[in-house]
Design a protein around this ligand. Structure first.
Ligand code: GTR
Length: 448
């Protein structure tokens, strides 16, 4: 009897792999769907440069909404009217405490020390800029944690210059193709990866344009303060405090404020003209830092969206239900208690913008970035106006919208003493076009 020889069927391998990929993709979709309803899963694609169908656009935009339940800017939690700048200052303290308790969690104001050490200095951009790299160390009785600030200043300045400070997503080396940029402390890539990434996000920072226009730019890697990861977010500054409600967005805001600690004592910097900027999740941190830190003269929110500049009660685009499900490490526990009860929140984001008065706020949106809810950001800015008006500052008027318009169209921009706004045609990003608007605004309203 002849024995049948078993032959190895090579095509089992690709077939098995295809099956595995299909199963994994299915499991991922089911997992995401358990976190978010289908329409939100589709809407999130507007964040990643994918065109939405008309019906999805209508779903995400949601039309002009009823904001009847928005908490009033000029009424205290106890119902008293706010009529003077002194009363507004007290209202601001009350609002910031409500945000800390209900949204962002703890923002340590004491119990730590900040120290600075310049670790590198040199010429950059063919002599047009000075580069300074500064180690910023935060110390508590539990230990210390370092962050690396990268600062570029115009080389030809004969007096202190205004500086824009913000966090970056991927490490300082991505901000400009400058081989002298040191790896950020929390950067985890190897040397080859780092070399390949140098300058990969230069379009988001426009250092050359900034120094040519007389501005300094300072940036730090967000992960130096809190890795953007639900398992390790507390491994850096958060771990220095016994504060279970100190969360990632709070740590990023704390980081921006430590950057400001450095900048105000650098003699090349005009301490009265510091602006902070942030895109998207780092825009949420820029707004939270700017609302709290009165040393920041101008707060720039670039597409910060939900829990940034946009109203939460809009309930369109990203919601607090989805943001808390996808990013449990960003905000405090009490915020999660409000996912089904948005109207029960004692605050909304216009109150945070109002805390910036009598300083200046700039809100930027992109018309294709529906996940960040441009309509909600515009409504939020408009709803914050009473605080600026009470301080005697000019605000953007209702008359800038033409009949039937509920928000500015792509390409429109408005600047006043207290606030700036533009809507860039395009997607979720911070681009040279956004920066050109910011510099134009600062040329007029943050001039020496
Ligand atoms: C999204 C998130 C947004 C925004 C954005 C970003 O996935 O839903 O809130 O923060 O990421 O940071 O690019």
């Amino acid at each position: 009897m002849t024995e049948k020889k078993k032959r190895f069927r090579w095509w089992f391998i690709p077939l098995g792999l295809v099956l595995l990929v299909v199963l994994a993709a299915g499991a991922l979709v089911l997992y995401l769907h358990s976190l978010l309803p289908w329409p939100n899963l589709v809407a999130i694609t507007s964040n990643f440069q994918m065109e939405l169908s008309d019906s999805m656009r209508a779903y995400v935009i949601g039309g002009q909404r009823d904001y009847a339940t928005l908490p009033a800017v000029l009424t205290t939690a106890g119902g008293a009217p706010v009529e003077t700048e002194q009363q507004l200052a007290a209202r601001r303290d009350e609002v910031l405490a409500l945000f800390e308790e209900n949204v962002y969690g703890t923002l340590p104001r004491n119990g730590f020390e900040t120290a600075f050490e310049t670790v590198e200095e040199g010429e950059a951009l063919d002599g047009k800029a000075l580069r300074r790299q500064v180690k910023i160390t935060v110390t508590t009785d539990k230990g210390s944690s370092d962050a690396l600030m990268l600062l570029y200043l115009p080389a030809d300045a004969d007096s202190p210059v205004p500086v824009v400070v913000g966090l970056n997503f991927n490490g300082n080396h991505t901000v400009l193709d400058d081989p002298a940029i040191l790896p950020s402390y929390a950067y985890e890539g190897d040397e080859e990866t780092l070399a390949g990434e140098r300058g990969s996000k230069a379009g988001r920072w426009v250092v050359e344009e900034a120094v040519a226009r007389g501005y300094g730019v300072a940036t730090m890697y967000c992960n130096d303060f809190a890795p953007d990861n639900a398992d390790s977010y507390d491994s850096r500054v958060i771990g220095l405090f016994d504060e279970p409600e100190f969360k990632a967005v709070g740590a990023w805001a704390f980081g921006i404020m430590r950057g400001v600690d450095y900048l105000v004592q650098d003699e090349a910097v005009d301490a009265a003209r510091i602006a902070d900027v942030g895109h998207s999740r780092l825009g949420k941190a820029a707004v939270w830092a700017g609302a709290n830190d009165e040393r920041i003269a101008l707060v720039i929110s670039n597409d910060s969206g939900n829990t940034g500049a946009s109203l939460t009660r809009g309930n369109r685009g990203e919601t607090i239900q989805s943001i808390n499900a996808l990013f449990p490490h960003w905000f405090c526990s009490q915020y999660k208690a409000h996912t089904e009860d948005v109207d029960g929140l004692p605050v909304d984001q216009h109150l945070l913008l109002a805390c910036i008065a009598p300083r200046k706020v700039y809100v930027a949106c992109a018309d294709g970035d529906l996940w960040a809810d441009p309509q909600g950001a515009w409504n939020s800015l408009m709803a914050s106006r009473p605080a600026f008006s009470l301080c005697g500052m000019d605000v953007i008027g209702d008359d800038v919208l033409s009949d039937g318009q509920t928000q500015p169209a792509a390409g429109e921009s408005f600047f006043t003493e207290s606030m700036g706004y533009h809507c860039r045609p395009g997607w979720h990003d911070i681009t040279p076009e956004d920066w050109a608007y910011y510099f134009d605004y600062m040329d007029t309203y943050l001039a020496a």
